[in-house]
Write a new protein. Sequence first.
Length: 286
Amino acid sequence: MPKNSNTRPKKKGQSNGNHRKEDIRSVLSGDDCDSVIADNVSVTSYNSSAKWEAGSDDLNVGGAADDCNNEDNGCYIDDFEGKLLEAIDQTSGKSAKTRQMGVEAIRKALITRFCFDFIIDRKVTIGDLLEHSVKRKGEELGSAAILSSVVFITLGASDESDAMFADVESHLIAAVTDPSVAPAVRSKCAAALGLGYFITNNGLDSIDSVMAVFQSIFGASFLKGNGAIPTHTAEISSLHASALYSWTLLLTLYEPSAALRLAESMSKKITELLDSPDVDLRIAAG
């Protein structure tokens, strides 16, 4: 869409402030690590194709807590942070499996507990970790994309999250637009991009272009020229749903009049997705 004063996305804080916290909390409640964005929030939602597992604490700090005085949780906290630091060190290992295990342990830890101060105190380390991890291939990249989303959510709109997103943005875009990358990984990258643009201020100048990227992805599920319904694998349909959720989320950043025009221009096409054989894509279109 043209970039002018009538169509520019809103700056953070102009509106939707109350919705943003609800959206973010809904993401953290997910239980499927295969994708990232879901249903049932005020502006947009995060379905099974876009949620991640908030499972047990991989850092195994429970045993240490038993040895601590009930009136003093310092031992428990110190052990948790110690294990978290070990997981961070693990992400620089030589083995891809070892690195991914480290990233996954950090992700689950940050979902288990709110670690804002921990990240701020180590913002350079965490930023470097994310930047290096999103340059990896395969499942490592997917895990890194999810971790970056969790970090952005934890930090919220801040200079730190802006800087971290700026470091990973181009790598996530490259992955989500690369057909040689596994659809499940692209789905996680699409979700991370959506959240990154939504939470930080970095994306306001380029939101039109990333919206076009998302549209080009889920547009592959629109009806064919002869009216036939496209046939895709479950993984591709999940990618399309993730891209659609991110597109819808970023639509809320536009001025109301511009958002309405864009939604109206796309409504007929998006309605076609209601005929998709994939339930998640139908939910996203709904």
